[in-house]
Every structure is written in C-alpha cells, then in structure tokens.
Write a protein that binds this ligand. Sequence first.
Ligand SMILES: Cc1ncc(COP(=O)(O)O)c(C=O)c1O
Length: 350
Amino acid sequence: MPCDMRSSTRGFRRYYNPDVGDAVRMDTNTNVLGSNPAATRFLKEFKGEINDYPNTYSDGLRDALAELYGLNRENFVAGSGSDELLDISFKTFTEWGDWAAVPVPSYTLYDYFVKMNGGSVNEVDLTEDFQIDVDAFVSTGSKIMIAPSPNNPTGNCFRQKDLEELLVRFDGVVIVDEAYAEYSGKGMIGKVNEFDNLIVLRTFSKAYAMAGLRVGYAAACEDLADKMNKVKIPYSLNMVSEGAAIAALKDQDFIGRSVDLVKKERPVLTKGLKKLGFEPFPSDSNFILMRSPVDHACLVNGLKEKGVLIRDFGSKRRTENCVRTTVGTRELNDLLLERAGEVIEDCRSK
Ligand SMILES: Cc1ncc(COP(=O)(O)O)c(C=O)c1O
C-alpha cells in the first residue's frame, strides 16, 4: 500500500495528551514555581528580527552553556527539547537494524526514538532497587545504550561508579539522560572530555521552567558533538527560545530556589503519602513514584475528576499499580493529599 507507515513505526500510538481543562498538573514534572522569570522578561522585551533565520547551531546558547560548565562551545549540541537530542543521538550513531539497550522501567519515549530510527530495543531490567545491572547492560551487545539519571519514572539516580563502569566496559555510545540533574545535584556533564563515548542530555523543561519553549542540549566530547551537529536539522532551535534560554541561564538564583523547594517539600509529601497507604520509592528528583493502596486507574481517574492530574504507570511491567506525582508547593501537595484521601475512600467503596 502506498500510504502505509514506515514498517518500523506501524505499532506507534499517539503520545500522552490529556484533556487538561482547569486541572492542576502534577503529571509532567515541570517546575511548580511557574514560568522562568528571566525567560518571561526576555519574551516581553524581545525585539529580534524574526524575518531572519536563527543562528544555525545556536552558538549564543552554546557559548553560555560552555561558560556555565567550564567547557567549550564545541562540546554542545542545542535543539528543540532534549527529545530532539535523543532523536539526533540515535540518528547519528545507529544503523538501521541496530540494537539499543534501554532500562525497564524508564522514560516512555526511548522506545519510540529507537524504533523511529529503525532500531530494536533490548529491554534491560533495573535491579530491585532500580539500579543498573552493569553486566546485564554490557552483555546485550547493543550498539548504543541509554541511562537516565535521575531515572523517570523511578526518580532515583544511578550510582556514579556504575555509570563510569558502563562507559569503560561498553563498546558503544552511552547516553546519560540528565533531564532532572539540577534536582539531584549529581551528573556526568563534567566528564564529557574524559569518556569519548559519553553523551549527556539536559533540558530547560524541568528546573528551568521553560517546557513550553522546547529547549534541550547535549554535551559530549568535541568529536561526538561535531558528528551530532552535522546530523541535526539546521535551525531546529528557534531564536526566541534560544534567547530565553540564555536569559534563564543567567538567573541561577531561580534554579536554586526551585531545587530548595523540592528538597523541603519532598519529605513532607512522602510522609503524607505514606499516611494514606501509598508506598513511595526514594527520589532524587522533583517527582515521586509510588505504589497505590487502591487500583491505579481508579485512583488516577478519580483524581482527574477532582481536578488533579497525576501519571499512571500501573499497567506497565515493574511499576505494577504505581503512579507518579510531581512534588508541588505545600499548597499543591496538601490539595493532592486531601483529594487522594477522598478518592481512595471512593475506590474502596466501589
Ligand atoms: C527522562 C526524560 N528525558 C527527556 C525528557 C524530555 O524533555 P524535553 O522537554 O527537553 O524534550 C523528559 C520529559 O519528561 C524526561 O522525563
């Protein structure tokens, strides 16, 4: 059939797209302090010439990142969300038919990007405490692997020594996805010149509170970054988002406040969740994965009806009956706990 989808994409379904309405969003792990203030100011004052193309490789943003991390512009690739950088990584370093090692559980879209680029997924289970089993990953013989730290949806960081062992023992590219690294205070970005097979991915969507502007980047040794820049769609990061990201990088106070809020509220929320019968897993991030005391779908749907969105992972292997919530402000967390208490009662009486 001339209109068939490419064979590697035929099983695809559309991505998560809830009917949000007026609901409170605790389902996307974005920053609960609201839009990034420096980026918002930049947008209000923007007088750029939108008739021009943006800089081809977002040099202004790459220079600002180089300054922040003590690296060079040529260590960076900038794009439209870290999702684009995932896509570029597979496009650059895999051939049609290659295998990619992907942890279970982890970010839903890894599978999508591997398959979209003609690859196959080697699912590798994390250990009981959601850590990496280095032998299991290495023995897959994959061409490329991905290690998100902190991991989503589990929330925990992998051990630095395991990541470094992976980088040494694995004969291929290792993508360390650090979308939530600001919250954990840990990361591998300082190691990109030490390991010639390391790609670190970061985003402005979470702690930087700019998900709507779609800015992400990869850091790697100059050789890998150059290869990725050659493959990336030129101009994929628009000039407005690039300028806003540069402005946001200059306001590290906001990032500090955002991280402090999560560190303060996470234990309080965890305690409240336990009181309701949830079994939360330890988190190094701005979200918590937890096993639900009642049926996961009943809980998530009931909360949605009461105006609070959380994310359902309960039908997936290794996260059976689990749900994930963003850590909110005290007010948001209290609202979640109050509504969850009511919904649990409702689900039990059904
Ligand atoms: C682990 C992980 N990686 C990447 C992304 C994508 O982030 P971006 O908005 O930069 O595309 C997300 C978004 O939720 C994520 O959780």
